[in-house]
Design a protein around this ligand. Structure first.
Ligand code: AKG
Ligand code: FE2
Length: 237
């Protein structure tokens, strides 16, 4: 799906993706990137000039592993993914606001949304590549980088579970007000994308919609090396 990501993303079954987002809070996009595209992105990992910052997760007690934030200009595939996924997700984001009785807040295009980020002092790019070795994991967290945030983000599995690594499943935990938390374990194959909420989602209860809080992470990698690509839409301070 890499050659023309804009066209390919436009051709996805957005009705069923939106239904999945509404019902589950997340949506899987099988084969969002080809194997060749995934391998090319993994290939950027050692190109230090591509990144603005490297984080040793243990140092901040975020988990065990390493990630790197790409610098501007982003690699073309990542830029295209960010631009192509944004408009449909902005529609869903505005619909979710409406369900909670709030006015729409997200412009139709990524450029206008990023202009809002920049005005708020958030102008450093947030797309990142993550690498975990055996024993690595990613603690449950939210990716917020200032006052402005986009309610969805995307992760793409860059290598193959069971072949390149074992363990290391994506985790999504939903915390409902005055109730126990619910966990989802989402196993992604190489190239699969996953759209999930950054912070919150509306859930339909008996008395209308209420807000659930979400956190995501990765379970412990049992063997091998796991790579993933995080596409976050808001920029960072
Ligand atoms: O490695 C993963 O699958 C999750 C990475 C992550 O936390 C993110 O993309 O925001
Ligand atoms: Fe994250």
């Amino acid at each position: 799906m890499t050659l023309n990501i804009l066209q390919a993303v436009a051709g996805l079954d957005w009705t069923s993706i939106q239904r999945s987002l509404d019902e589950q809070g997340y949506a899987r996009i099988p084969d969002l990137l080809s194997q060749a595209a995934c391998n090319a992105i993994i290939g950027t990992y050692e190109e230090e000039g591509s990144f603005r910052k490297t984080i040793d997760m243990a140092r901040y007690r975020f988990g065990i592993g390493e990630y790197k934030y790409y610098r501007d200009p982003l690699p073309e595939v990542i830029q295209q993914l960010r631009e192509a996924l944004y408009p449909e997700l902005a529609r869903t984001a505005n619909r979710w606001l409406e369900q909670l009785g709030k006015p729409p807040a997200y412009p139709q295009g990524l450029a206008d949304f990023l202009a809002q980020c920049h005005q708020a002092g958030q102008s450093r790019p947030t797309p990142l590549i993550l690498r975990y070795e055996a024993g690595g994991y990613n603690c449950l967290h939210q990716d917020l980088y200032g006052d402005v945030s986009f309610p969805f983000q995307t992760v793409v599995a860059l290598n193959q579970r069971e072949a390149d690594y074992t363990g290391g499943d994506f985790l999504l935990v939903e915390q409902r007000p005055r109730a126990q938390s619910r966990g989802h374990v989402i196993a992604l194959n190489q190239g699969d994308g996953l759209i999930f909420p950054t912070r919150h989602r509306p859930v339909l209860g008996t008395r209308g919609y209420y807000t659930a809080t979400l956190r995501h992470g990765v379970s412990t990698i049992a063997s091998g090396t796991r790579y993933s690509l995080g596409v976050i839409f808001h920029d960072a301070q």
